[in-house]
Ligand binder design. Structure first.
Ligand SMILES: NC(=O)c1ccc[n+]([C@@H]2O[C@H](COP(=O)([O-])OP(=O)(O)OC[C@H]3O[C@@H](n4cnc5c(N)ncnc54)[C@H](OP(=O)(O)O)[C@@H]3O)[C@@H](O)[C@H]2O)c1
Length: 276
């Protein structure tokens, strides 16, 4: 049996897709740097060679310059090389991500491959495995979102949906828009983490500029920090203040709630106090 390619297979959703496939005893090819690099197209052909399906996550983010074109070129290369099913991870409310979805689908169709898109809300795991984890552990979160509400979604639910699409257990030729069950502000989510850890956590409202500065201080390259800041300034304006039934449609069950996620992540030590 040919392997399934997982681009970004060590990332928040990618490694969960890898784990699901491996738990079924299925062969997987994990693609990330240095063997596969979005910035080095010469590394792409070896990744798609001999695989039957591919889960495509773009880094740092689809809305960064060149993202839509890169996933489209990758889809074309893969489909021309016989990859039969291609699934793209995308983000809600982002015009450049919608353009990427369209280019990706068109490239797959042009060479007879099935495609699917998993268009996701803001991941819960940004709080436990990504840029918010350190400040939550330190008890002081600065973020550029005031009263806007977001239907945070669990990366395990995203991965389960993506795997179903990869395996033909969910419809292809479809954008699966996935969210969690509940609209919450970032401050409410922070307080849920505080409840789960049993420690107080302050929430400070930042300007976009202040947030970018904090990301740079935390070690993110300035260009990437500005890209993330600009993305949040765009999408955290209320446009995503709605929950969808995308998870239930594919999996036949409700998505996981933030409180359940926070309790499990706290029990796993996601926000253990770190030594200085
Ligand atoms: N986070 C969210 O809330 C959210 C919501 C909706 C959509 N998305 C989408 O999710 C995607 C990002 O996924 P994620 O948040 O799961 O990322 P992530 O956890 O940070 O993982 C990124 C993955 O990509 C790899 N990677 C990084 N730079 C790469 C490069 N230049 N070439 C090849 N691989 C590279 C990383 O491994 P190495 O570092 O080892 O290469 C890792 O496997 C974006 O396209 C974004 O649009 C995210």
């Amino acid at each position: 049996m040919n392997p399934t390619l997982v681009i970004g297979g060590t990332g928040k959703t990618g490694r969960r897709v890898v784990a699901r496939l491996q738990n079924q005893g299925l062969p997987v090819r994990v693609a990330n740097r240095p063997s596969f690099d979005w910035n080095e197209p010469s590394t792409w052909p070896a990744a798609v060679e001999g695989v039957s399906a591919a889960y495509v996550t773009y880094a740092p983010d689809l809305v960064f310059p060149g993202g839509p074109e890169a996933v489209s070129e990758l889809a074309e290369l893969a489909a021309r090389n016989g990859v039969r099913r291609l699934v793209l991870l995308s983000g809600r409310g982002e015009p450049e991500a919608f353009r990427a979805e369209q280019l990706f689908a068109a490239a797959a169709e042009r060479y007879g491959a099935e495609w699917g898109v998993v268009r996701s809300a803001f991941f819960m795991q940004n709080f436990s495995e990504s840029f918010l984890a350190g400040s939550l552990a330190a008890g002081d979160v600065g973020f550029p979102a005031d009263g806007v509400r977001e239907p945070f979604v669990d990366a395990d639910d995203i991965a389960e949906v993506a795997t179903a699409v990869l395996q033909g257990a969910a419809p292809s030729g479809v954008v699966h828009e996935v969210t969690g069950p509940r609209l919450m502000t970032f401050e409410e989510a922070t307080q849920e983490v505080a409840t789960a850890t049993g420690r107080p956590i302050d929430y400070r409202l930042l300007t976009t500029e202040g947030f970018v500065e904090e990301l740079v201080t935390a070690g993110l390259p300035p260009e990437e920090a500005e890209g993330v800041g600009g993305l949040f300034a765009d999408v955290l304006d209320g446009r995503n203040e709605s929950a969808t039934d995308g998870v239930r449609r594919v999996l036949g069950r409700e998505p996981r709630d933030f409180a359940t996620f926070a309790a499990a992540a706290a029990a796993e030590g996601a926000w253990s106090v770190r030594p200085d």
